[in-house]
Design a protein around this ligand. Structure first.
Ligand code: NAD
Ligand code: UD1
Length: 308
């Protein structure tokens, strides 16, 4: 990566911040485009140029791409419930923002695109674990937009020769994940409640399950995808193969914290997938050792988290 310039959209966010630090460590020159809607300026490492603005702004996208070899595209409104309530605003960022980048890469004379898709593209599964052969029937606007991004990237490969790679992340967690909004990820929210000694809220009966992937493994997936980007527009799932129910997650987090708080149940969320876990084939292929298991990942997350 030494001497190579690359754009990271959403680089002030949770996954983007980890990616920036890794790229800087490898010697890359990193430019970030982020509107700081959920991201934070202090997540962007020293030495990285931050352009504050939206991926929906064509002039800014052009400026951010100048001199780069392409883009890791992570900017999005990453919340499923927000995509249900703010349908068009989320679509504008999650789908149109991706189209702006594709157009920008085309006009910049090439460069590759590695982008965050989501396991939300599957919707409620017909069979588990989910693989690239599983049908895609998203049940949220967020999932529809992510699926459309995959189709656009593949089509742009044929039309403009764009080399791309999409990654369907399952539920990513780790240090630095924001916990300050009701739309934050469940692990970050539960951790904050545990730290503050407040009850945690479980939507529905908590029997719904997720595949929690440690952020460090996701970053390795992003770097591998860069090398494998192609005009065929490949897409892979980034799961661990291990499902955890939300109730089991609550219990495990309490054990790792060494304290417990009451669990309060609230009505199930709209467009909430019931069960979701992915086959670990992609991570198994690209990681030198097994993916980080939930308990170990939670311990890392807590030991590095800033005190409350
Ligand atoms: P995050 O909210 O921490 O990061 C998203 C970043 O994008 C933030 O810094 C935000 O300020 C920025 N952003 C939002 N709208 C923007 C816009 N219009 N222009 C420029 N920047 C904008 O979320 P994250 O968890 O780091 O997610 C990163 C990517 O991975 C997203 O595309 C998300 O959909 C995807 N993803 C995340 C998960 C997960 O579990 N965290 C799972 C699957 C997919
Ligand atoms: C998450 C990501 C989404 C990604 C998807 C991939 C976030 C905010 N969302 O969506 O970007 O594409 O994974 O699978 O990172 N829950 C509770 N109590 C809470 C919060 C959540 O019970 O306080 C439950 C939810 O109802 C859900 C589960 O926990 O069943 C996970 O919720 P959440 O962390 O918001 O993630 P997803 O909706 O799965």
């Amino acid at each position: 990566w030494r001497g190579r310039r690359v754009l990271v959209t959403g680089g002030a966010g949770f996954i983007g911040g980890h990616l920036c630090r890794r790229l800087v460590g490898l010697g890359a020159e990193v430019v970030v485009l982020d509107d700081l809607s959920t991201g934070r300026r202090d997540t962007v490492p020293r030495g990285v140029r931050l352009i504050v603005g939206s991926v929906t702004d064509p002039a800014l996208v052009r400026k951010a791409l100048q001199g780069t070899e392409g883009c890791f595209h992570l900017a999005a409104i990453a919340s499923v419930p927000l995509s249900v309530s703010a349908l068009v605003d989320c679509h504008a960022v999650n789908q149109t923002g991706t189209l702006r980048l594709i157009e920008g890469l085309r006009d910049n004379g090439g460069g590759r695109l590695v982008y965050a898709s989501s396991s939300a593209v599957f919707g409620d599964p017909v069979a588990l674990p989910l693989t690239m052969a599983s049908p895609t029937r998203p049940i949220s606007p967020y999932g529809v937009d992510k699926l459309a991004c995959e189709a656009h990237a593949r089509v742009a490969g044929g039309l403009y020769g764009l080399k791309s790679f999409g990654l369907r992340f399952f539920n990513v967690y780790g240090e630095g994940q924001s916990d300050d909004s009701p739309y934050s990820g469940v692990i970050a929210l539960f951790n904050r409640k545990l730290r503050d000694g407040q009850p945690i809220t479980v939507f529905g009966d908590g029997s719904q399950s997720r595949d929690f992937v440690y952020v460090g493994d996701v970053i390795e997936g992003l770097l591998a995808a860069w090398n494998e980007a192609s005009v065929r527009g490949p897409v892979e799932t980034v799961g661990t193969g291990c499902p955890t129910t939300v109730m089991d997650l609550a219990r495990t987090i309490m054990e790792v914290h060494g304290r417990s708080v009451p669990v309060v149940h609230a009505p199930p969320r709209e467009a909430d997938i019931e069960h979701s876990y992915g086959k670990a084939d992609f991570l198994a292929r690209i990681l030198p050792k097994p993916a980080v298991a939930l308990r170990a990942g939670l311990a890392r997350t807590l030991s590095i988290s800033p005190p409350a």
